[in-house]
Design a protein around this ligand. Structure first.
Ligand code: PXP
Length: 398
């Protein structure tokens, strides 16, 4: 199956997300039993659409959508079309934007409705043949749109908040405030689906007492980040967090630098996973988006990998960022294909998160510094809600 989506409109003035629309079109093809088929979708401005409308339908002015089913070209059958192509759908983004405004919906949803309409035409539905057929097509459009909405919300990534830096502020004065335990509760009330803490060997922020109390208070999921060292392994086995994430740990680093080298530490990692498995604690390995590390993670029996997004977040140029993004996207698919569950995190903030969250294979994002920093300015509840709106956008708002 391929969805070939191109733009000829000015995407600066009317920005649309190719990733999102391709994903929705691919879902529609699967849902319509056309998983082995190809479709081309061209998004254009009103001027181009008016010209197609006049040339092929002899009508003046633009329309919202036109579909051209694949078929033998007129004249001698010199070019055999592949049996996989079902046709082309042309959509005017300008008209879709006006209709979205009138219908009180969003541009992406209106374009999605037009893609559904166009696809159904390509598959033989026709609202112009009779009133009865018009109703059949309308019902099908509504059904597909509703299902697509449900599908999207059930596969959206979850947001887990890393609250280490609440403890960092507390440790700055060595007192009791602010309390990461209370912060964890506020994050959950704001909608976070998990709480993450890193109990470092040097106890620079999170303390044993924090993890112990959080184990009792966290209602969603407590993910304990830790190094594969004896002392912390014993604490994890005693407290039984909902999962652990193994990270490399260096005394002098400001934050976790680079992913775990599973290949170089295979024995240690495998033994830790075995111990956790016996206590029914799933293990995630924090690794760079690297195919060899993914293979090693699968071979040592990890349940999850958490893909390190640091290089994507720190990229100095757009090209570098795109390259790092592609690497994460490919790694996420590969890991999922290998039977691993996939999380991601590190360095994610309010500008760079939405793109990663939109990757289908990613189940959960672990975000700390950006949210806690913003919380200082706007409050923790609001900071979490703003991040949630990026990770799990309410369907119509995308
Ligand atoms: N994931 C892992 C494994 C981490 O070590 C950290 C940092 O503690 C994070 C995610 C969160 O990174 P950030 O604080 O940059 O959002």
């Amino acid at each position: 199956m391929s969805v070939n989506l191109s733009f000829t409109h000015d995407n600066e003035t009317r920005p649309v997300s190719r990733d999102l629309l391709v994903k929705r079109a691919a879902w529609l093809l699967r849902r319509l039993d056309q998983a082995d088929k190809d479709v081309s979708i061209v998004l254009m401005g009103d001027r181009d659409m008016a010209s197609y409308n006049s040339r092929y339908r002899q009508r003046q002015g633009p329309t919202n959508v036109l579909s051209f089913p694949a078929g033998p070209p007129p004249g001698p059958p010199a070019i055999a079309l592949t049996e996989h192509e079902i046709g082309d759908i042309l959509i005017s983004v300008d008209t879709a934007a006006r209709e979205a405004q009138n219908n009180n919906t969003t541009l992406h949803d209106r374009i999605t409705e037009l893609m559904i309409h166009g696809l159904l035409h390509l598959l033989g539905y026709d609202h112009e043949r009779s009133e009865e057929e018009a109703w059949v097509m309308w019902d099908k459009e509504q059904e597909l749109f509703r299902e697509l909405k449900c599908y999207r919300s059930s596969t959206m990534a979850q947001l887990a908040i890393n609250i280490d830096h609440v403890a960092t502020v507390r440790q700055a004065r060595g007192g009791a405030e602010p309390d990461p335990v209370l912060a964890g509760g506020i994050c959950e009330l704001a909608g976070a689906q998990g709480i993450v803490v890193h109990l470092r060997e040097d106890r620079r922020h999170i303390q044993d007492r924090d993890v112990r109390i959080l184990r009792q208070t966290v209602k969603t999921k407590l993910n304990l980040e830790m190094a594969a060292v004896k002392e912390i392994i014993l604490i994890a086995l005693d407290l039984k967090p909902d999962m652990i994430t193994l990270v490399p740990e260096k005394r002098r680093e400001l934050t976790t630098e680079g992913g775990l080298d599973v290949i170089a530490n295979e024995n240690k990692v495998r033994k830790t996973i075995d111990k956790m498995s016996r206590a029914a604690i799933p293990v995630s390995l924090f690794i760079d988006p690297d195919m060899e590390q993914i293979k090693a993670a699968r071979d040592v029996g990890a349940t999850f990998v958490e893909l390190h997004t640091g290089r994507y977040c720190d990229a100095g140029t757009e090209q570098e960022r795109d390259r790092e993004f592609d690497l994460i996207a490919e790694s996420a698919e590969t890991a999922k294909g290998a039977g691993l569950r996939v999380n991601a995190g590190h360095g994610l903030d309010y500008r760079n998160t939405a793109r990663i969250a939109a990757l289908d294979a990613i189940e959960e994002l672990s975000i700390g510094h950006a949210v806690i920093s913003r919380a200082v300015q706007v409050g923790l509840d609001q900071a979490v809600r703003e991040m949630l709106a990026l990770v799990r956008p309410p369907f119509p708002a995308h």
